[in-house]
Design a protein. Structure first.
Length: 198
């Protein structure tokens, strides 16, 4: 984000990098604001002030706040919780910035990082593909394979083949990914056109 600046495009529809950064700051430091906004009722005075400050903060202010580490009493201080909640969140949003630029910014992931992404993906994909009309198998050559949906109501299978990072982008509803799909044509069409927004 620092490299491209606050007005750069992202893969998040309607958001530039400042909007995406504001989202990350709220998620990291003020999750209560995100939760309160979804519950009918009024904000407290303190919540209103925090919300107004974040809405008015510029890119540099948000960037400084995002760098400053977790809230003192945040559960994200615990490494296991941080890993569970943030691995895919940060990986995906990194790509949201990187892949939206022209030319696209470079990035190389280590094998261990791809394995960590795949480990997180095995859990979250059960939700991402919950509405899939077929059984889905994720096959990451050199990393592993897992069956996402294996219900008796699914009599056909689509295998998604590629790097874990690309699978994560697909699972989170992004359209810029590099994957292969194997299975009946209509089943593949159903998977690639289903609503995957996360």
């Amino acid at each position: 984000m620092e490299r491209v600046g606050g007005e750069a495009p992202t893969l998040c529809e309607g958001w530039n990098t400042t909007d995406l950064l504001r989202h990350l700051v709220i998620r990291e430091y003020y999750p209560h604001l995100a939760l309160t906004s979804k519950i009918p009722g009024k904000f407290t005075q303190g919540q209103r002030e925090a919300k107004a400050r974040l809405e008015e903060a510029d890119f540099e202010e948000l960037l400084d706040e995002f760098r400053s580490s977790h809230q003192k009493y945040s559960p994200l201080q615990l490494s296991a919780v941080n890993k569970a909640f943030n691995t895919l969140e940060y990986v995906i949003h990194h790509e949201d910035v990187r892949r939206a630029q022209e030319p696209q910014l470079g990035r190389i992931l280590l094998d261990e990082e791809q394995k960590e992404i795949f480990s997180s993906l095995k859990v979250i994909s059960q939700l991402s593909f919950l509405k899939a009309p077929v059984r889905i198998v994720l096959d990451a050559p050199g990393v592993g394979s897992t069956t996402v949906l294996a219900s008796k109501r699914h009599d056909r299978t689509v295998t998604i083949i590629g790097a874990p990072l690309e699978m994560a982008l697909f699972a989170f509803g992004r359209e810029k990914y590099k994957l292969q799909f194997e299975g009946p044509d209509d089943a593949v069409d159903a998977v690639t056109t289903m609503n995957r927004k996360s």
